[in-house]
Design a protein around this ligand. Structure first.
Ligand SMILES: [Zn+2]
Length: 296
C-alpha cells in the first residue's frame, strides 16, 4: 500500500479536478494522498468524496538570494503540509502571491513578445480560481508552434535562468519559514535537485554533494522539517542517498509523484514515470503526522 503526497489539480497547473484525483487515487489503491496546488488552498472545498484520506497541502515557490546568485538555474519550492483553509494569515499571504504571479505572467509574455514569439495575454485565461503559471504559458507556446512541447518551452525560454524567466513573484525563504511556523504547518523541501541543478543531474547524481548538504543544513536552521526523498525523477540509489541525508540532518522524508495530469504527459499519479516506478511507503505519512501532533 502506498501514498502520494505531491499532487496538482486544475486549481493550479494540473488538469484533473480535486474529485477526479480522489477517484483515480482510490482506483489505483493509494492509501492516502496530499493535494498540494501552487499557492492556493481553494481546491479542498471541492472534494465531495470522503472515501480516501486527503492531507491538505500547498506548494509555494520561494526566493533565496544567496542560492540564485551562485546558480541562476536553481529554484526552491516548499510544500506546507496540514494547512488549514481558515488560516487568515496564510490566506492573505497566498492571495498576495497569486497577485504577484498574475503580473509575473504578464512580464513573461512581454519578454516572449520581445524575443519575437507572439503570445497574446488575452489567451492566458483560467477558470475563476485557477492559479495560472509557466506551464500554461508553455501550453500556449506549443499551440502557437513556437516549441515542440512543454519541456522544450522550459528548456529554451521559461526555465529558471532562461531568457524569458522572471523571478519577481516569489516570497523570500526566511519569510516563508516564519509563515510555516506561525501556521503550525510542516515545511518540506520539494524535489531537492532543483536547489543545485546541473546538466544531466538526474543521471549522474552529482547534485547530491557537499553544496546540497550545506544548503539543506541552512534550511533546517530556518525551520525546514523534511525533504522529498521519493520523487518521480529519482531512481532507487538517489532515493537512498537522499534518505541518508535526511537521517544525517534528523529531518522527515516525504514523497510524491508531482502529478499534473496532461500537463506532464507520461507521469502517473502514485507511480510516477514508468521507467522508475514510485512507491511511497505509508510510514512516511505516519511520521509526518507524529511531527504535526508534536507542534500543535
Ligand atoms: Zn509540484
Amino acid at each position: 500500500m502506498a501514498i502520494d503526497l505531491h499532487i496538482h489539480t486544475n486549481f493550479s497547473d494540473g488538469t484533473d479536478s480535486p474529485n477526479e484525483i480522489v477517484e483515480k487515487s482510490k482506483a489505483i489503491g493509494l492509501n492516502a494522498i496530499s493535494i498540494t496546488d501552487h499557492e492556493t488552498m481553494k481546491g479542498f472545498s471541492k472534494i465531495t468524496k470522503d472515501n480516501l484520506e486527503v492531507i491538505k497541502g500547498v506548494e509555494i515557490s520561494a526566493k533565496w538570494d544567496e542560492l540564485s546568485a551562485n546558480n541562476p538555474e536553481s529554484g526552491i519550492h516548499i510544500l506546507l503540509y496540514f494547512v488549514k483553509e481558515d488560516d487568515t494569515n496564510l490566506n492573505m499571504v497566498l492571495e498576495g502571491l497569486r497577485e504577484n504571479k498574475k503580473s509575473r505572467n504578464n512580464q513573461i509574455i512581454e519578454k516572449l513578445n520581445g524575443l519575437g514569439l507572439e503570445i497574446d495575454m488575452e489567451d492566458l485565461k483560467g477558470d475563476g480560481d485557477q492559479v495560472l503559471g509557466r506551464p500554461h504559458i508553455a501550453e500556449l507556446m506549443v499551440k502557437n508552434k513556437y516549441v515542440q512541447n512543454i519541456p522544450d518551452a522550459f528548456n529554451k525560454y521559461l526555465g529558471n535562468g532562461m531568457p524569458a524567466y522572471v523571478d519577481t513573484h516569489q516570497i523570500h525563504i526566511h519569510k516563508l519559514m516564519e509563515i510555516a511556523e506561525a501556521s503550525k504547518t510542516i515545511p518540506v523541501l520539494a524535489h531537492p535537485h532543483t536547489l543545485n541543478p546541473k546538466k544531466n543531474m538526474l543521471v549522474n547524481k552529482k547534485w547530491i554533494n557537499k553544496d546540497l548538504l550545506d544548503n539543506l543544513s541552512r534550511l533546517v536552521s530556518m525551520g525546514l522539517m523534511g525533504i522529498e526523498t521519493y520523487y518521480s525523477s529519482y531512481n532507487s540509489p538517489t532515493r537512498k542517498e537522499l534518505s541518508s541525508l535526511a537521517k544525517e540532518l534528523d529531518i522527515l522524508e516525504t514523497g510524491g509523484s508531482d502529478y499534473h495530469g496532461d500537463i506532464k504527459l507520461g507521469l502517473h499519479l502514485g507511480t510516477g514515470w514508468e521507467d522508475k516506478p514510485l512507491e511511497v511507503p505509508n510510514e512516511l505519512l505516519e511520521k509526518l503526522k507524529e511531527k504535526y501532533e508534536s507542534i500543535n
